[in-house]
Design a protein around this ligand. Structure first.
Ligand code: NAP
Ligand code: ZN
Length: 503
C-alpha cells in the first residue's frame, strides 16, 4: 500500500495557523473536533484553539512541519459513516494548510491570498483520493489564464493519482517584458516527476504537466530581456520564479526562497496563481532570470538531465568541498542523479565509489562511467571493508533505505548529503553520527548561479547524461520502467520530435 503522508518535511519550515476541517455529514464537525482535541493532547501537538462555528482548528502559533504528519494522522476518520462513504468514496475530512518548502511547495489553502488545494487525509489508498475543491479551483485559474490569451500549448498531463499521462491543451501566460518564450526540444524524466504525478508526496495539483529538465530554443523575448535572443539554446530547471527580495534570493540561493515557483506543479502567484505546467509540452514562457545558457558543443538530449539531476549533485559537492582532487566520494544509488554525480566526481579528480543495490550496474559503473569502486549495499562484507574510508557521500536513493550503514562508510567529520526524497522518513540513529562527528545535510537542486556554473563545467569537461531518448507516446511506459529501476540512466523525451513545432 502506498504511503499516505509525505514524510519529507523540513523541520525548519512552518505551516500557518489554520487547519479547516470539513464535516463528513451535518453535525459531525463537533465530534471531529472533540476527537482532535483529545488526540492532540495525547500526541502533544500544539493545536491551541478549536472553533466549532467555522469547523476550523486555529493554532495561533505556527506549527512545525515535522508535526504535520502527526496532525494528519489525527485527521483520520472517526469511524462515522458519512454520505461520501455511502457513495463508495472513502473521504471523510479535508485538510488544508499552506506549506512553504522549496522542495515540496505544497500550497493547500482556502485563504484569499493563497492558492487552494483540498487534500483528503482519510483514504486508505492514494488511488481513492479525490480533490474536487482543488480541481475546480485550478481549472478556474486555468480559464482565467486562457482568457489572458497566451500562446496555445500542447502538453501531456496526469489527471489523477494513477499518474497516467495523456495529451492536454492549455495556454501559456501572456509574455511579460522580462519573459523568454522557449520552444521545448528535449525534457528529461526525473524521479521527482514520478513522485508528483502519482501524488506520493501529496502535492499534486492536477492536471499535472511534469518536466523540469528542459532544453529548448528561444523563439521570442520581451522588450526588457537583455541576456537572450531568438535562436539561443537555453535550459530551464526545477524552478522558474522566486521572490527576489528575501535573504535567500539576496544571497543567490533562489532555490531556498520560500516563494520559489517550481517549473511544474508549482504555484505562480505573480501570474494569477495558476499551477505551473512543465516541460512535457511544446512551449514554455519563463522569466529570463531563471533561464540558463547552454554552452556550445553539448549534445542537447544529454544536457537536458543536467538541468535538475546535474545541478542537484554538483551544487552540494561544491558547497561541501566534495570537489577536491584526491578526496573520496561515495555515490549512493546509480540512477539519473547518481550517474552524473559519478561523472562530476571524476571530473573533479576524486576517487568515486558507487554504492548500489544493483550488482548488474557494476561493470558499466566502472568501465563506462569511470567509478573507481562499486559496493553492493546489501553485501555486509563489502560494506564492512569500506568502513571509514569516505570523505563525503551523496545519497540519491528514491526509496526508503537504511542510512546508518552508509554513515559508517564516512571518515570522522565526513559529510553525507541527502538529495533523494523517499516517500517514507529515513531513520537517523545518533550513534551513526555522534561518535565520528559526522554531518548529514539536505540539498534542494541548486541556485540559478550553481546551475549555470554546472553547465559551464559540463561543457568544459564534456559531461552529459547517459540517456534513452523516447517519443512522448512512450512516456507512460517510461514511467513504469523508471519505477522499476529499469533505465540506464535517464529517459529524455524528444519533445519537438513528438509534439511538432511551437513557434
Ligand atoms: P532514479 O533514476 O530512479 O534513481 C534512483 C536510484 O535509487 C535507483 O537507480 C537505484 O539505484 C536506487 N534505488 C531505487 N530503489 C531503491 C531501494 N529500494 N533501495 C535502495 N536503492 C534504491 O531517480 P533520480 O531521478 O535519480 O532521483 C532520485 C531521487 O532524488 C528521487 O527521490 C527524486 O525525487 C530526488 N530528487 C531530488 C532532488 C533534490 O533537489 N533534492 C532533485 C531531483 C531529484 P541502484 O540500482 O544503484 O541501487
Ligand atoms: Zn528533478
Amino acid at each position: 500500500m502506498m504511503e499516505e503522508v509525505p514524510p519529507t518535511l523540513n523541520k525548519e519550515e512552518v505551516i500557518p495557523t489554520t487547519l479547516p476541517v470539513y464535516p463528513v455529514e451535518n453535525g459531525s464537525c463537533a465530534s471531529t473536533i472533540s476527537q482532535l482535541k483529545k488526540s492532540s493532547l495525547q500526541a502533544r501537538i500544539p493545536i491551541e484553539r478549536f472553533s466549532l462555528e467555522h469547523g476550523r482548528i486555529e493554532n495561533p502559533k505556527p506549527l512545525p512541519l515535522d508535526l504535520l504528519s502527526r496532525t494528519r494522522a489525527l485527521l483520520k476518520p472517526t469511524g462515522r459513516t458519512g454520505p461520501r462513504e455511502a457513495r463508495g468514496a472513502v473521504m471523510s475530512h479535508h485538510f488544508h494548510a499552506i506549506i512553504h518548502s522549496p522542495f515540496l511547495p505544497v500550497a493547500f489553502a482556502p485563504g484569499a491570498d493563497a492558492p487552494s488545494l483540498g487534500v483528503s487525509v482519510a483514504s486508505p489508498s492514494r488511488r481513492a483520493v479525490r480533490l474536487p475543491r482543488a480541481r475546480a479551483s485550478v481549472e478556474k485559474r486555468e480559464q482565467t489564464m486562457e482568457e489572458q490569451g497566451g500562446a496555445a500549448a500542447l502538453g501531456w498531463a496526469a489527471r489523477d493519482a494513477t499518474g497516467v499521462l495523456s495529451p492536454y491543451n492549455f495556454s501559456r501566460r501572456v509574455p511579460r517584458d522580462d519573459d523568454v518564450t522557449i520552444k521545448v526540444l528535449y525534457c528529461g524524466i526525473c524521479h521527482t516527476d514520478l513522485h508528483v504525478i502519482k501524488n506520493y508526496w501529496g502535492s499534486a495539483m492536477y492536471p499535472v504537466v511534469p518536466g523540469h529538465e528542459i532544453v529548448g530554443v528561444v523563439t521570442g523575448v520581451g522588450g526588457g530581456v537583455t541576456r537572450f535572443k531568438p535562436g539561443d539554446t537555453v535550459g530551464v530547471g526545477y524552478f522558474v520564479g522566486s521572490c527576489r527580495s528575501c535573504d535567500s534570493c539576496g544571497k543567490g540561493n533562489e532555490n531556498y526562497c520560500a516563494g520559489v515557483v517550481l517549473t511544474s506543479n508549482g504555484v505562480d502567484r505573480a501570474h494569477g496563481g495558476a499551477a505551473t505546467k512543465g516541460g512535457f509540452s511544446d512551449v514554455i514562457v519563463v522569466s529570463e532570470h531563471y533561464v540558463l545558457r547552454v554552452p556550445d558543443g553539448l549534445p542537447l538530449d544529454r544536457t537536458a538531465p543536467l538541468l535538475c539531476a546535474g545541478v542537484t549533485v554538483y551544487s552540494p559537492m561544491v558547497r561541501h568541498g566534495l570537489n577536491a582532487p584526491g578526496k573520496h566520494l561515495g555515490v549512493v544509488g546509480l540512477g539519473g542523479l547518481g550517474h552524473v554525480a559519478v561523472k562530476f566526481g571524476k571530473a573533479f579528480g576524486m576517487k568515486v565509489t558507487v554504492i548500489s543495490t544493483s550488482p548488474s550496474k557494476r561493470q558499466e559503473a566502472v568501465e563506462h562511467l569511470g567509478a573507481d569502486e562499486f559496493l553492493v549495499s546489501r553485501d555486509a562484507e563489502q560494506m564492512k571493508a569500506a568502513t571509514g574510508t569516505m570523505d563525503g557521500i551523496i545519497d540519491t536513493v528514491s526509496a526508503w533505505h537504511p542510512i546508518a550503514p552508509l554513515l559508517a562508510l564516512l571518515k570522522p567529520l565526513g559529510q553525507m548529503v541527502v538529495v533523494g526524497v523517499p516517500n517514507k522518513p529515513l531513520e537517523l540513529p545518533v550513534y551513526a553520527i555522534v561518535p565520528g562527528g559526522k554531518g548529514v545535510a539536505g540539498n534542494s537542486v541548486g541556485s540559478v548561479g550553481d546551475c549555470q556554473a554546472m553547465l559551464e563545467f559540463a561543457g568544459k569537461h564534456g559531461i552529459g547524461a547517459e540517456v534513452e531518448v523516447i517519443k512522448m507516446d512512450y512516456v507512460n511506459t517510461a514511467m513504469e520502467r523508471l519505477e522499476k529501476n529499469d533505465v540506464r540512466y535517464r529517459f529524455v523525451i524528444d519533445v519537438a520530435g513528438s509534439l511538432g513545432s511551437a513557434t
